[in-house]
Design a protein. Structure first.
Ligand code: ADP
Length: 464
């Protein structure tokens, strides 16, 4: 299906909405104003007829006992020109003055004029000349009857028709101009809304093409588009980081695999070429390298899980002293094998945490402490509280870590030279996993150590 631009559809919708509103307002106001005007004309004509009656009625001269017919004539002729045909009777119904009798030609001319105009321009009115009778009274005495006939329900003269026409043209013009302005504003508003979205589209296209440096401007648009731009920027940032980590990880893995594989293949090659005897020692050296490889593979699996470490299970109340005790118990064989003295001290502290993950951190630290401590050494776990929250400190009297390496040990695959020389330990993943878990709990992990004397790894966790 062919998609149209958001800007176009928004402009269309906005313009159509406003156009419809303006159209309806114009139509209804037009109808209303026309109706009001007609009502006004109707009332004016009725009032004019009444005023005629009143003015002629008040002209009755009691002393003469009759109407001043000159006056009636003047009024009658004036009224005729305005479209009112009058007929005056005395109280006994004797005709005194009749516009038709007086000037039949003019009467018919006026009547025909009105009828033709109204039938032509307002045929729906179906109007006709109707006579209305008014009793002419003075001081309660009936002096005569005036019959006024005019085009009913109402009629409009040429000027009034012109006025209505002009009014309708103005309403139409205002309506048309409003629609044009609305369309113009619609285009501007739609542009304002869609411009930042176009920026987002351009940036996401670049990002999907691998250009993570693409950035969306956040200084235009409204709150939602600002949020959208910010999310896209932070998505690009995360992708960039992920990409960096992925490369780093690949390089690290290659580096870690290279040594054992090179060792094994050179041994094998020499044995195959009979340069070297496949002695038990040499085979077991190969076996050790293979074991290192298999450890490495295990570590990679742990790493795979570690990528998920930020996804914690539901936090629960975890009492740390008890947790450390049971973990220490699990290491008892190794501890006694190395004749290490292990201690657990401190007080009970409860935190909200993922029990398994925090247990994993303690186990990593304890395993390192045992691994890097010589026979007869000492390992101590201290559980307590400080201003930052709960604290677990794992202390040993082992080989220690040089100061400049103390931060690096938390990086993936990092192993100190000394530990490499010892041929103990894994691939340098445990501490990086531990740090990620602690971070996911909003805690911190740090290392203090003096080479040759020992190390303390301290984990702080918020209590809530
Ligand atoms: P590994 O599996 O190699 O022990 P870790 O990530 O747990 O990996 O530790 C990284 C490195 O930090 C170790 O290889 C070692 O060099 C150093 N390290 C960790 N704990 C200790 C410790 N208690 N004493 C001395 N060195 C340590």
């Amino acid at each position: 299906m062919k998609k149209i631009h958001l800007k176009t559809s928004l402009s269309l919708i906005l313009s159509l909405l406003v156009a419809l509103t303006v159209l309806l307002v114009s139509i209804f106001s037009g109808i209303f104003i026309n109706k009001q005007f007609e009502e006004y004309v109707k009332n004016t004509q009725k009032n004019a007829a009444e005023e005629l009656a009143e003015s002629i009625g008040s002209n009755y001269d009691e002393s003469l006992g009759g109407f001043n017919l000159d006056y009636v004539h003047g009024m009658g002729m004036y009224a005729l020109k305005e479209g009112y045909i009058i007929r005056l009777y005395d109280r006994d119904k004797n005709l005194l003055w009749d516009a038709e009798n007086h000037d039949m030609m003019l009467c018919h001319e006026v009547m025909d004029g009105i009828m033709t105009r109204m039938k032509e321009k307002k045929p729906e009115l179906k109007g006709e000349f109707v006579s209305y009778s008014y009793e002419l009274k003075k001081a309660g005495n009936l002096n005569g009857i005036l019959e006024v006939s005019y085009y009913t329900p109402f009629y409009l003269n040429e000027n009034e028709f012109q006025f209505i026409k002009a009014l309708n043209i103005i309403i139409g013009f205002v309506g048309g101009a409003s629609i044009l302005i609305a369309a113009f504003l619609g285009v501007i508003i739609a542009g304002r809304i869609t411009r930042p979205i176009s920026g987002v589209i351009a940036a996401t296209k670049k990002i999907s093409g691998g250009d993570y440096s693409a950035e969306v401007k956040t200084d235009i648009g409204d709150l939602e588009t600002y949020e959208l731009a910010r999310s896209v920027n932070s998505m690009a940032e995360t992708l960039k980081e992920q990409e960096y980590l992925r490369r780093q990880l690949t390089a690290d893995i290659a580096h870690e695999l290279r040594t054992p594989v090179t060792n094994i293949s050179s041994y094998m090659e020499m044995m195959i070429d009979d340069v070297m005897e496949p002695t038990k020692e040499r085979l077991s050296s190969c076996y050790n390298e293979l074991s290192r490889l298999s450890e490495l593979i295990k570590d990679l699996e742990r790493l795979e899980n570690a990528e998920l470490e930020t996804v914690l299970a539901d936090k629960e109340d975890v009492e740390l002293l008890g947790l450390c005790g049971s973990i220490l118990q699990g290491f008892s064989t190794k501890i006694s094998e190395k004749n290490i003295e292990a201690k657990l001290e401190g007080k009970e502290v409860t935190v909200k945490a993922d029990r398994i993950r925090i247990g994993q951190v303690v186990a990593n630290l304890l395993s390192n402490a045992i691994k890097y401590t010589d026979e007869g050494g000492e390992v101590k776990i201290h559980v307590g509280k400080n201003e930052a929250g709960a604290v677990i400190a794992v202390e040993d009297t082992g080989i220690g870590i040089p100061e400049k390496e103390q931060n690096l040990v938390f990086e993936r695959f990092y192993r100190t030279d000394k530990s490499r020389a010892r041929k103990t330990g894994g691939a340098g993943i445990g501490l990086s996993i531990s740090r990620a878990i602690v971070k996911a709990h909003n805690g911190t992990i740090r290392c203090e150590s003096s080479p040759g004397k020992g190390s303390i790894f301290t984990v702080s966790l918020p209590l809530e």
